[in-house]
Design a protein around this ligand. Structure first.
Ligand code: RIB
Ligand code: CA
Length: 326
């Protein structure tokens, strides 16, 4: 186990975390980009196959880079998991990864096609970065495998994934299930980990009233987001029992760093099941109330103040709408 640089979680209130966002846009990844642009020093965006094939997730990230006039670059990463066959989520996000709206095209493609090199070089040049993966963990695992010293150089990893229940499988959440071997590498690397799993993300729902709030913001960008929310929430309502809209998963991995006071959580040991016929991709969270439980390797988020979190997202969307270049 690496001797890991002591890194406070959460960052002290008022600190603007320096992050690299690793994502698979994806409707909720788009909102993670908006919140990161507003509340972090966004050093870079790396893309991974997940909700859609890499070409689509990269296209969608480049579109957001250009629409929000981000100064950071987009770096394309892994087009397939470490071991498992590629798995996508077109049944949730559509074949484009962002179905439901008329999207502008990006002005240019990715700034590089080597996300792993970008991750390694950035974390070696600038100690104390947070890595914020909101898709399968393939890029992060490849970077840690290429440069194991990263675990002691980064501030930590704040990820969306896992939970005590699943979505893609009864006990496996999509981001972990899509590349369980990568997740095992990440959870075993020794860096501080913050885990926003389904237990907390399903408390953060894009309800009708929240969609109507966005639609009333009155800018071309927020109109586009409103259309994306209509599609995303419509899909969730059609596919889930008694849900009021889509779970807005990914921005919580960003807000865990930018607005930590909105969350409650517990330090737990989390292991990743990689071989179970029915459980591969499961995050095995040790919640036993006994003294010889496994030493924690993650801060597992358990509750979010959803109304306060929505106020953060709403304000970030308004700000983005005022400056977006459509
Ligand atoms: O299970 C939810 C996660 O899978 C989110 O990150 C969503 O964008 C998809 O990647
Ligand atoms: Ca995602």
């Amino acid at each position: 186990m690496l001797t890991v640089m002591a890194s406070p979680y959460p960052p002290a209130d008022g600190d603007r975390p320096r992050i690299i966002l690793d994502c698979d846009p994806g409707h909720d990844d788009v909102i993670a980009i908006v919140v990161a642009a507003e509340h972090t020093d966004l050093v870079g965006i790396t893309t991974v196959a997940g909700n859609a094939p890499l070409a689509r997730t990269t296209h969608n990230a480049c579109m957001m880079r250009d629409v929000l006039a981000l100064e950071c670059g987009v770096h394309a990463g892994a087009e397939r998991p470490l071991v498992a066959p590629p798995k996508f989520a077109g049944f949730v996000h559509g074949e484009s990864g962002l179905d439901g709206a008329e999207l502008p095209n990006p002005r240019t493609g990715p700034d590089s096609i080597d996300a792993v090199a970008f991750l390694v070089e950035s974390c070696r040049r600038d100690e104390g970065l947070w890595l914020v993966p909101t898709g399968p963990l393939t890029n992060i695992a490849l970077a840690l495998r290429a440069a194991p010293d990263l675990a002691g150089r980064i501030a930590g990893i704040s990820l969306m994934g896992g939970g005590t229940f699943g979505n893609r499988r009864p006990l496996a959440e999509f981001n972990i299930w899509a590349d369980p071997e990568a997740a095992a590498i990440v959870f075993g690397c020794g860096a501080p980990i913050v885990m926003a799993g389904l237990d907390v993300t399903h408390q953060f729902i894009v309800t009708r009233s929240r969609i109507d709030e966005v639609a009333a913001m009155g800018t071309p960008f927020t109109d586009l987001i409103g259309d994306l929310f209509e599609f995303f929430s419509g899909n969730y309502i059609a596919r889930h029992d008694g849900i009021e809209g889509a779970a807005l998963h990914d921005p919580l991995a960003v807000m865990a760093l930018t607005h930590p006071a909105l969350f409650d959580g517990t330090d737990r040991h989390v292991a990743i099941e990689t071989t179970g016929e029915h459980t591969a991709g499961m995050t095995v969270i040790d919640r036993r109330l006994i003294s010889d439980r496994e030493a924690p390797n993650a801060h597992v988020l358990e509750h979010v103040d959803a109304d306060a979190a929505w106020r953060v997202v709403g304000a970030a969307l308004r700000a983005a709408g005022a400056r977006a270049v459509m």
